[in-house]
Design a protein around this ligand. Structure first.
Ligand SMILES: [Zn+2]
Length: 605
């Protein structure tokens, strides 16, 4: 369907409505306007026009170097052919560095460029014939000195049959049939904190919630009733826990199944989240984590992450709390809302401890240091067990240990829940950021009524061995190191500088060696799909004897090789209920699993 004339008319109509709408809040003529055309999805090119009013002499525009992940990804490397004009005339344009352009001129300056994106996942942007997903910081320039001005965005040439979803206020219902969609934000930061999905997705509201929770799903192999039930439990528990509803509408954007291209994960935003999972089984953990970010990190915000500097790394020691303790709450939410049994909670906790203890780097890299080093995660070498320990894993375990210690010291009348609520009321709701680990410690001490100076010095700032057994016993839990068999491929995988995977460290006598695998083989396919980035995690989900199919390349061509996974013994940490737990420890264990304290009796959920 092509309605060029009507489209043009609709553009004026939309802009007119924008102008009227924004005039109330600010001076409409001052708003920076973007128009993004998604005319040719098959070319994966977003065509951008940016209009900057009220320029005197010249203006610098910049493309963020990072967003969504704590990694420098240089989005300017995707940008093609930047041009500028002032009124009718071409304006002189000078590139200043890898991501900045200086435009000379007066009045309203128009900048035009295209940018190529075809990467799946919540941390990227994609335009193809199936859908468009936009993390706007990867697509839109900003004016460094005018980031706090109101912005207007129009997406045009939306393919017939597609709709557009974003947490920003839009004009979808009235103008969607004209293939335009427009929305506005109070500033650039709010704009780029709202990803946009365009396509022919499913959309519904989560029943029984006020304020409203909207669910957008682009995917296959998912069941609506199941998804509703999972999200209902997660959102209900976390909203009750925090006693706070800081949104008018919250939007879940899901990509499920093939559309994810094998990439997975979730990205938090102030009024929405984007989640990609290859299968529905991974969805509850990610959704519980991202929804809790509504408070922890988006509103309970470390000072080190504000104001955002898009041009270079933003150093923070707080990710062990902002991310790791968010994972603590993901696991608390799963067990407390009934998505997990208590045994599943123990299994997960044991797995987290095993993951930590199996990494040599955990012995010298502290939780705070891991947070600072988040920016190194894009380097394959850094992800080796000898180089890094995850602030997610360590923070998640630290959260559990803190909860138990607070309960023990207060005779189970207070918990980590009170710490999160206190951070929310004392900082988030007052518009204040917290001073990283310092304010976390001070809040823990306020709630517990005693010093946590030693705990934070040894286990947060330094990398002293975590006293699992000692602290878990206070909650009637045993932790034991056991030997267990696990699936083994018979070789390790090396990732080369250009991203290719190859076989290394092949074990003589393994089934892989017997099947003809050789050191140095380039792995093209792994069970007919992509090579998993973390083979260790992949192997944990398999059993010895399962078949692994590889397609490899070596000097004499390509070949398929097939063999059963072997078995290797590994040390795993197992958490279980202690038969000899005393009365107080049993109360603390019950309080942790159900999310209750003595002072605040259980409410039926
Ligand atoms: Zn997170």
């Amino acid at each position: 369907m092509s309605h060029t004339q009507r489209r043009r008319f609709a553009l004026f109509a939309v802009l007119a409505v924008f102008l009227l709408g924004v005039a109330a809040a600010s001076s409409a003529s001052a708003a920076i306007r973007y128009t993004i055309s998604i005319d040719h999805p098959e070319k994966h090119l977003f065509s951008v026009e940016m209009q900057i009013p009220n320029v005197s002499g010249g203006v610098t525009v910049q493309m963020p170097a990072w967003n969504a992940l704590y990694q420098i990804r240089d989005f300017s490397s995707h940008v093609r052919q930047v041009t500028a004009s002032a009124g009718e005339k071409a304006a002189p344009l000078e590139k200043l560095d890898k991501q900045s352009w200086l435009i000379t001129g007066d009045g309203t300056i128009t900048v035009r460029y295209t940018t190529y994106w075809d990467e799946p996942g919540p941390f990227a942007s994609q335009l193809n014939s199936e859908h468009a997903f936009l993390n706007l910081a990867m697509i839109l320039f900003y004016v460094p000195s005018r980031r706090d001005e109101g912005v207007l965005v129009t997406i045009r040439d939306v393919p017939g049959g597609w709709r557009v979803a974003t947490a920003l206020s839009d004009f979808d219902s009235e103008y969607g049939r004209h293939h335009f969609i427009g929305f506005q934000a109070k500033d650039y930061d709010s704009l780029v904190d709202s990803p946009v999905e365009a396509g022919s997705f499913d959309e519904f509201e989560l029943p029984g919630f006020s304020p409203r929770i909207r669910v957008v799903v682009h995917g296959d192999s998912w069941k609506r009733e199941h998804l509703i039930e999972v999200l209902r439990r997660i959102c209900r528990y976390e909203l009750d826990l925090m006693q706070d509803r800081p949104f008018e509408t919250y939007t879940f954007i899901f990509h499920i199944g093939k559309i994810t291209g094998g990439s997975g994960g979730g990205m938090e935003h102030s009024y929405s989240t984007a989640i990609s999972v290859s299968s529905e089984e991974f969805l509850p953990g990610v959704a519980a984590h991202e929804f809790f970010h509504l408070w922890n990190v988006k509103r309970i915000r470390p000072s080190s992450l504000e104001p955002v500097d898009y041009s270079k790394e933003q150093w923070t020691r707080a990710l062990w709390f902002a991310e790791g303790v968010t994972s603590t709450y993901s696991s608390f939410t799963e067990v407390r809302s009934g998505l997990w049994s208590r045994e599943q909670f123990y299994t997960d906790l044991g797995y987290q401890i095993t993951e930590l203890e199996s990494r040599p780097a955990n012995r010298w890299k502290s939780a705070e240091e891991s947070s600072l080093d988040a920016w190194l995660e894009k380097y394959p070498l850094y992800n080796l067990a000898e180089s890094s320990a995850s602030y997610y894993t360590k923070g998640q375990v630290l959260g559990v240990l803190l909860d138990i210690l607070i309960r023990d010291r207060t005779n189970n009348t207070a918990s980590l829940d009170d710490v999160l609520r206190s951070l929310n009321t004392d900082f988030a709701q007052k518009g204040r950021t917290y001073r990283d680990s310092l304010d976390v410690r001070l809040t823990v001490e306020k709630i517990a009524g005693s010093s946590f100076e030693e705990f934070f010095r040894r286990y947060v700032a330094r990398a002293d061995p975590l006293p699992y057994a000692e602290i878990l016993s206070l909650a009637g839990l045993d932790v034991q190191l056991k030997k267990a068999g696990r699936a083994s491929a018979g070789f390790a995988v090396n990732r080369g500088p250009s991203g290719e995977f190859s076989v290394t460290g092949l074990l003589p006598g393994s089934a892989a060696a017997a099947a003809g695998v050789q050191d140095g083989d380039i792995i093209l396919q792994w069970n007919d799909g992509e090579v998993p980035r973390r083979q260790d995690r992949w192997l944990r989900q398999r059993r010895p004897g399962e078949i692994l199919r590889l397609r490899v390349r070596r000097d004499d061509g390509e070949m398929n090789l097939e063999f059963p996974l072997g078995e290797q013994l590994e040390a795993i940490w197992v958490v279980s209920e202690s038969a000899s737990a005393g009365e107080k420890a049993r109360r603390i264990r019950d309080g942790l699993l159900r999310g209750v304290t003595q002072a605040r009796p259980a409410t039926k959920r």
